[in-house]
Design a binder for this molecule. Structure first.
Ligand SMILES: [Zn+2]
Length: 533
């Protein structure tokens, strides 16, 4: 994403083989290995591994050895079944301090078997070549700030450090607002601002994790995402870990309270009606039972709109009382049904029927329908982009090791963006341009951009050597991205106006932002008006 910010020396892509390029024995269970920090490991980073396999390891552990197959393992971890993706996974963050280890190494990875059966296929170690690059990462230290409501953690040299005063003021404001609407729960919140995209930009582990980046490819309103996650953090004070409302209510409550999912205000009822019109509306019992496997944006819009409907019909306070009073049941749908019966004396089916009746009376604005369709499609592509270009950022495969331990051990590299190649920056700029065109009602232009992104992702999947080249539109963006990078700036967004372009950039060290005009001449893109790089 923002190479120049994080590297003291100019970054040049190294010849690190991708895990998928590494040799595997066809008769052995396939192990998919990702190395972290993703993108490049520089001397001084603490190396971590994520290992996946479709093969049931049958209780065997993963072992990792370094350089000698007969040496003692540097790390060992058990596999767990990943419910979202259906495969087995073992995670080993921070297993090897690579200080002073620049150069080539070999990892030997195998499944540990009991010694009596040591000849099983799992015991044959797989070898993975690994290149540690010379130290070039600019050190980023953890910083902490405190305000009345919250503790904040962020990294030095990132956009959150630059903007921390404003972020604190905004968080305080949201907190005050939430406290009034959540019944004065007043918990102290822990919020971590990180300069790379995790999931859709926000999530709650033990702490609230918020992606805060100058080049925000989601096009979402940061404060809406912040309020959404703060709602979850607030909610945590109501519930025992084993007794929470079903996800459809937890997420629906956060969307309703925030007044929208990615933006606010969002006309949630109209957007739910748009889901019906476009065939993206799921029956509520189904959605409740498989909330995270449903299309993400559709699920959140529907859940938020449903909670808003309940609040409109029964009042905010009664919905809050229901939300704070979860019932355990065999399935999330059954829990939701019981909660609605207890608090409103209606079944889920009755509530859904009443809601659908009110939605049928709505004729959503055609632009609203197009925007809902665009949002679903764009975020599906964005998640594919994360899977293909930024493993560890994808919502079901996050590489986000314990942030409190990272602070104690002064580890930061895992939370910084990967050194970005021109290819991924170009794609990110395209995502933004598509969102901007959609926001301006330029639907054919936004569709054209999504189509270009789709072709590039598909080419990347097929391992086409230069995926950007499949789209002339993307190629046009890449030429300017390259010129801007060559000038020593980081492009944040680009808008073309004929042979001229307006580019928002930032200076990589100071992170100061600037808007620049660029001209396309015979010799390629140059700064307008003779401005030098
Ligand atoms: Zn949420």
């Amino acid at each position: 994403m923002s190479a120049a910010t994080l590297l003291a020396a100019p970054y040049r892509p190294a010849l690190v083989p991708l895990p998928s390029d590494w040799p595997v024995w066809p008769e052995l269970p396939r192990l998919e290995i990702s190395i972290f920090p993703f993108g490049a490991v520089f001397s001084g980073d603490r190396l971590g591994l994520d290992v996946r396999t479709e093969f049931d390891p049958g209780g065997r552990a993963l072992q990792v050895r370094l350089d000698k197959p007969g040496s003692l393992p540097i790390a060992e971890a058990d596999f767990f079944l990943d419910g979202n993706e259906g495969d087995w996974e073992a995670r080993l963050p921070w297993v090897w301090d690579t200080s002073g280890q620049a150069g080539w190494h070999t990892l030997f990875v195998n499944l540990a078997v009991p010694s009596a059966a040591a000849n099983g296929v799992g015991s044959i170690p797989r070898q993975y070549p690994l290149r540690i690059l010379p130290a070039a990462r600019r050190s980023a230290g953890w910083r902490q700030a405190t305000s009345a409501c919250c503790d904040y953690y962020y990294l030095s040299g990132t956009e959150s450090e630059r903007d921390i005063a404003g972020l604190i003021a905004q968080t305080e404001q949201i907190y005050e607002n939430l406290n009034a609407r959540m019944g004065g729960a007043s918990p102290k919140l822990a919020i971590v601002f990180l300069p790379r995209l995790y999931g859709q930009g926000g999530l709650v582990l033990q702490e609230g994790i918020l992606s805060y980046m100058d080049r925000n490819i989601t096009g979402t309103d940061f404060l809406v995402v912040l309020e959404h996650e703060m709602t979850h953090l607030f909610s945590a004070v109501f519930f025992q870990t084993d007794a929470r409302p079903p996800l459809i209510l937890q997420e629906g409550w956060a969307v309703y309270l925030t007044g929208g999912h990615y933006h606010s205000p969002e006309p949630l009822q109209e957007r739910a009606a748009a889901l019906i019109q476009t065939g993206n509306f799921a029956p509520l019992p189904d959605l409740a039972d498989s909330f995270y496997s449903a299309q993400h944006e559709a699920a959140y819009i529907e859940a938020g709109a449903f909670v808003e409907f309940l609040a409109g019909r029964f009042g905010h306070e009664r919905v809050l009382a229901m939300y704070r009073d979860p019932i355990r049941a065999d399935s999330p749908g059954a829990a939701l049904d019981s909660m609605l019966r207890r608090h409103f004396h209606l079944t889920l089916a009755e509530c859904e029927a009443a809601w659908l009746e009110s939605l049928r009376l709505l004729a959503p604005d055609p632009d609203q329908v197009r925007d809902v369709e665009f949002t679903l499609q764009m975020f599906d592509m964005l998640r594919s982009y994360q899977q293909l270009y930024d493993p560890g950022g994808f919502m079901f495969d996050l590489w986000l090791p314990d942030t409190s331990r990272a602070r104690a051990d002064r580890i930061s590299a895992d939370y910084l963006p990967s050194p970005a190649a021109t290819e991924s920056i170009t794609l990110e700029i395209l995502f933004q341009a598509a969102r901007k065109a959609a926001g301006e009602g330029e639907w054919s232009r936004s569709r054209e951009m999504l189509e270009a992104i789709g072709r590039i992702l598909e080419a990347k999947q097929r391992r086409v050597p230069d995926p950007i080249a499949v789209s002339p539109l993307a190629e046009k963006y890449r030429r300017l991205v390259t010129a801007i990078l060559r000038c020593g700036f980081e492009p944040l967004s680009i808008a073309f106006r004929g042979e001229r372009a307006v580019a928002e950039i930032r200076e990589p060290t100071s992170l100061e932002k600037e808007v620049q005009d660029w001209d396309n001449g015979n010799g390629g893109w140059v700064r307008a008006g003779g401005a030098r790089c």
